[in-house]
Design a protein around this ligand. Structure first.
Ligand code: ZN
Length: 111
């Protein structure tokens, strides 16, 4: 196996938390090739903390995402979080808009 492939096996197994047969699928080789490579180069077994197989369901749109086992489950998916954030900003903007309107009306009365 080429050094670059050994690095790839290490990355997929440790950073992505993939099992040997999944790494083999990605790299287009046989599972035993991956296992042998891991043992030969002292790469530990699948790092499950970095495995994205925890299901997170969005409470707003119901979209399901796979997240890392180590990550905590969030209430909303990424795009809903953005939308909610935008709506909050919009509401705040409207509130601020009303405030300045009243203020300018007051200015008109006094002048
Ligand atoms: Zn969502």
């Amino acid at each position: 196996m080429l050094p670059i492939q050994v690095d790839q096996v290490r990355a997929l197994s440790q950073s992505e938390g993939l099992f040997d047969h999944e790494i083999a699928d990605r790299m287009g080789c046989h599972r035993t090739t991956v296992t042998r490579c891991r043992l030969r180069y002292g790469i530990p077994h699948t790092n499950l903390a970095n495995r994205r197989d925890k299901i997170q369901t969005c409470k707003r749109c119901g979209q399901q995402d796979l997240i890392y086992r180590k990550d905590r489950i969030l209430k909303y998916c990424g795009s809903c979080r953005d939308t909610i954030e935008d709506e909050r900003r919009e509401k705040k903007h409207l509130r601020d808009g009303n405030k300045s309107k009243k203020h300018s009306e007051g200015m008109l009365l006094t002048s």
